[in-house]
Design a protein around this ligand. Structure first.
Ligand code: SAM
Ligand code: SF4
Length: 335
């Protein structure tokens, strides 16, 4: 087991497949992009699968989520999904993506055994998308979501980040669009993880504000006070509104900053260059790549991984005066 000293057990592994991306979302990256990891430092597909195998067969990992950077940029993705779902016990597999290229890739990913996708969508307006992500690719994202649903990668979940004065007037429009298409929308509070260190508490749109904006147009009822478990999203039913299949419509709000869920966190992260991070905000990493390339046994790798998780801090500390943003941005850690 991957247990820490506060009684939490990590079962959800987030694997970053690349730090590169074909968008430049303002809350994530500067317009010019970042200095990408050199290829020799990236884990190969075989190395990634070796580490996932150790996590699943020796350490109790039950869910593997591929992310990045943009994971669809990694050519070996269907093979990585297939290799992961071939493990015993078979973990659940998921993908967090900006959706560009998903329309084309979704059938192969479903065939490989992918269970679910989360697609990021912050606006439904082409001009805004271009300002926000610095590329004119909104239609590709919408097509990607539709392609995922068509390929059976359901329920398609949609992640949205609202920013004050940029897209915070679109909360209700995003929810209407998602409900109409059968997608489960979740709003995420913006976190201090951008490479430019531009996050400011006073421009962050809080969970309370997101709910107030939604409640101007919809009636929300808390859905899961007892069953939330380690899920970060607080889920709400949208009264009187149904998905196309007839189920009650829902919306989630992830208050990472103002309503932290660290006490129930079950996540651990593997970066594209083979470092284990026990938290998005960790200031230390454990180098599994060096162990793997140095010929360590599975048990030695598992021991190092256990030790990395054992030192997980109780919380992310964003609200402490002494908070320091981690050296690596979200795109390099794996969101
Ligand atoms: N490129 C993929 C995507 O955009 O979905 C996967 C990686 S991205 C880093 C993962 C998620 O993190 C996305 O939903 C994105 O909106 C979110 N994200 C990125 N920077 C963030 C920030 N500073 N605060 C909150 N969420 C952020
Ligand atoms: Fe790329 Fe995702 Fe970061 Fe946007 S949030 S720049 S899509 S990695």
């Amino acid at each position: 087991m991957l247990a820490d000293s506060y009684g939490r057990v990590a079962t959800d592994l987030r694997v970053s497949l690349t730090d590169r991306c074909n968008l430049r979302c303002t809350y994530c990256m500067p317009p010019e992009g970042l200095e990408w990891l050199p290829k020799p430092e990236l884990l190969t597909d075989d190395e990634i699968l070796s580490l996932i195998r150790v996590g699943v067969t020796r350490l109790g990992i039950t869910e593997v989520r591929f992310t990045g950077g943009e994971p669809l940029l990694r050519r070996g993705l269907p093979g990585l999904v297939a290799g992961t779902t071939a493990l015993t016990p078979r973990p659940q597999t998921a993908l967090t993506t900006n959706g560009i290229g998903l329309a084309r890739m979704a059938p192969a990913l479903a065939e490989a055994g992918l269970d679910r996708v989360n697609v990021s969508l912050d606006t439904l307006r082409h001009d805004r998308f271009e300002r926000l992500a610095r590329r004119r690719r909104l239609q590709d994202v919408l097509d990607g979501m539709a392609g995922a649903a068509e390929a059976g990668l359901t329920p398609v979940k949609v992640n949205a980040v609202l920013m004050r004065g940029v897209n915070d007037d679109e909360a209700a429009d995003l929810l209407s669009y998602c409900v109409e298409h059968g997608y489960e929308l979740r709003f995420i509070e913006q976190m201090p993880l951008d490479a430019q260190h531009g996050w400011r508490r006073d421009t962050m749109v809080t969970a309370d504000e997101i709910l107030a904006r939604l409640e101007a147009d919809f009636t929300l009822e808390a859905a899961d006070a007892d069953t939330r478990g380690s899920a970060p999203a607080e889920l709400f039913h949208v009264r009187g509104v149904r998905f196309p299949g007839g189920d009650q419509a829902t919306v989630g709000v992830i208050g990472s900053v103002t309503r932290p869920f660290c006490g129930a966190c079950d996540r651990v992260r593997l970066t594209a260059d083979g470092q284990i991070r026990n938290c998005l905000f960790a200031r230390q990493e454990s180098d599994l790549r060096a162990l793997l390339r140095g010929g360590a046994t599975d048990e030695e790798i598992a021991d190092s991984w256990r030790a990395a998780v054992a030192t997980k801090l109780p919380g992310h500390g964003i609200n402490d005066p002494a908070f320091l943003q981690p050296a690596r941005p979200m795109s390099a850690i794996g969101g």
